[in-house]
Write a protein that binds this ligand. Sequence first.
Ligand SMILES: [Zn+2]
Length: 158
Amino acid sequence: MNPRRLLMSESAWHLIREAASLSHPSEAGGILIGVRAEQALWITQAIEINPSTRDQSSYLLPRGATRRLVKAARAVDSRLGYLGDWHSHPADVPTSTTDHATLLRTAMRDREQTVLLVARQRETDYYPEVHQSRGDAIERCKVTFVGDLPEQQERNRE
Ligand SMILES: [Zn+2]
């Protein structure tokens, strides 16, 4: 089966790569905001969140942060919503079984397809490894980089 396609704005990936490099060798992380288009999920924005704990092998989001940030993003653009989480792997190790379990738990809680992006270190740079939930399974995604989401059209005035 072909890998599932996922769109990602270059600016979102840029932020993750910068944040991962800056907190190296500790993990960085945060949430992914975007739109659920018909063909594919589209990550338009990544937000870094200072974790409640941070070290070289774990990253834990502070409670309540996600809901507050998603609400703020939706106030600016109502098309946006929560798509999932991201964190960095300062060592070149794949998405862990704990990562998979967390992804499935989040997907079940929200009853929606959810994304986990791991920014994985290879030599001197980071690259994205993205998984998406489908039911109670997890699939690897093929990331296509795109530009930013176009501005929302102004509504017709009456
Ligand atoms: Zn991980």
